[in-house]
Design a protein around this ligand. Structure first.
Ligand SMILES: *[C@@H]1O[C@H](CO)[C@@H](O)[C@H](O)[C@H]1NC(C)=O
Ligand SMILES: *[C@@H]1O[C@H](CO)[C@@H](O)[C@H](O)[C@H]1NC(C)=O
Length: 426
């Protein structure tokens, strides 16, 4: 989008000021508009948007351009899912929330990132905060059916040690065992995106099922920069789920029915601020995904404690994950389609390599998983493996830190990189 705009400005301003040029310019504009419409094949109807955006009791206009709708909890779009026809929205199972094993979850060296729209207002009790989908959001997708989904090229139903070659690159840490959830604190950055349909994300994956079949269940949450999905370059809180290896089920955020939200304070898809800067303050956020042992729903919390509960993926949505997960992954992913013949310059994390360490490289700290007893346990460093498909472009380095008082960063890693660079990523 940005590229096209830039080119147009150039055309406009270098054009001859003579009157004869005006009809030509108008014709050109019309042609461009037609070409755009043809290229997207998306004709957004009012009723499509009405289906996506449920009526709100209050709408909040955020400085970042978002509109946050406060939708009555029992009228949210999640409940349109056919498997949830008889579903009752569950109250947060606060007394079943696993406690962190960590003495101090807030590190002295980093600060908290939060949601930008909080400066503009709040949603009343009994509602959920939902980022409104605009016609422009849908028009940026390649089709209405693809809006909010991962397209085939974006799928990655492969185990992490397989180099995929599907245009997606990763720098991730993972652990394979029977787990019931995972937690990590993730630094927040705004990596540059080099491709129109590119993205850069940092997330955790909770996986179960087979990587070679079509039954992989995946629950995903983190932050992402995706100009295609959001129309800007801000990092945003996102979720994703699939129960069939990204084939027919699942989507980002609340862009299809499924994820049931309970929070009036946290909007999925909303931008996060402030973001970390190289040599400046480091801002991070804590994510926990865990399975309610009683009802089997997978809950998401963002931030510390009970106030951060966002909502849950209902047990009804899944097959393998209705029991437990068999693998957890943490780390970054970018799209690389070799624009202009070279490796993409889309950044991962901070855009700096892992070796540059604190203040320059992005991190995941205090990696924990939930065990069968519904308690969080630090993941031992030796139980964590790392993988980067092309470490000249993006890499990862794991480490352990203990301040001697049960605090510190525990098992953690730095990861990321600049993508295209002459010395190691042509
Ligand atoms: C919902 O309840 C109705 C009536 O009991 C039943 O026929 C239907 O199969 C149920 N749907 C789901 C998805 O459980
Ligand atoms: C997938 O791999 C597992 C073992 O790794 C094997 O048992 C299973 O038959 C495979 N399934 C398919 C569809 O290839």
């Amino acid at each position: 989008m940005a590229k096209r705009r830039r080119r147009w400005r150039h055309r406009c301003c270098s054009a001859s000021p003579s009157l004869a040029a005006v009809p030509v310019a108008v014709a050109l504009l019309l042609l461009l508009a037609l070409a755009d419409a043809a290229a997207f094949h998306v004709h957004v109807q009012r009723h499509d948007l009405d289906r996506m955006n449920k009526p709100a009791v209050r709408s909040i206009y955020s400085a970042d351009g978002d509109i946050i709708d406060c939708v009555p909890r029992h009228k949210q779009r999640a409940l349109d899912h056919p498997l949830l026809a008889n579903h009752t929205v569950q109250p947060p199972p606060l007394h079943r929330m696993p406690a962190s094993s960590l003495q101090q979850s807030i590190s002295r060296s980093s600060r908290r990132a939060w949601q930008t729209w909080h400066h503009a207002g709040h949603c009343p009790r009994g509602t959920v905060a939902v980022r409104r989908t605009t016609a422009a959001d849908v028009q940026r997708a390649r089709s209405l059916a693809l809006f909010g989904r991962k397209n085939k090229r974006q799928r990655r139903p492969l185990p992490p040690d397989v180099v995929t070659g599907n245009g997606h690159e990763h720098a991730i840490a993972y652990t394979a065992s029977e787990v019931y959830g995972a937690r990590a604190t993730i630094s927040v950055w705004a990596p540059a995106i080099d491709e129109a349909n590119g993205f850069s994300l940092s997330q955790l994956w909770i996986l179960s099922g087979s990587f070679n079949g079509s039954d992989l269940n995946s629950i995903e949450a983190g932050w992402q920069v995706s100009p295609e999905l959001y129309g800007d370059s801000r990092p945003r809180l996102f979720t994703y789920w699939t129960s069939d290896a990204y084939e027919a089920t699942g989507c980002y955020n609340a862009l299809c029915p499924g994820f049931v939200q309970t929070s009036s304070r946290i909007a999925i898809g909303a931008s996060i601020s402030p973001v970390s800067s190289v040599g400046g303050p480091q801002y991070d956020m804590t994510l926990l995904v865990w399975k309610d042992p009683k009802l089997g729903n997978w809950w998401l919390s963002y931030g510390d404690g009970a106030g951060g509960l966002v909502g849950y993926w209902p047990a009804e949505l899944f097959t393998h994950l209705s029991d437990h997960a068999t693998m957890v992954e943490w780390g970054g992913e970018v799209v690389n389609t070799h624009p202009a013949g070279a490796h993409t310059a889309t950044q991962m994390g901070s855009g700096h390599f892992a070796d540059e360490g604190f203040g320059r490289a992005a991190y995941f700290r205090n990696l924990e998983t939930v065990d069968a007893d519904n308690s969080l346990a630090a993941v031992p460093l030796e139980a964590i493996q790392t993988m980067a498909e092309d470490s000249g472009c993006y890499d990862i380095r794991k480490a352990y830190d203990d301040d001697g008082r049960g605090g510190g960063w525990g098992s953690h890693f730095y990861y990321g990189g600049p993508g295209h660079n002459p010395s190691s990523c042509p």
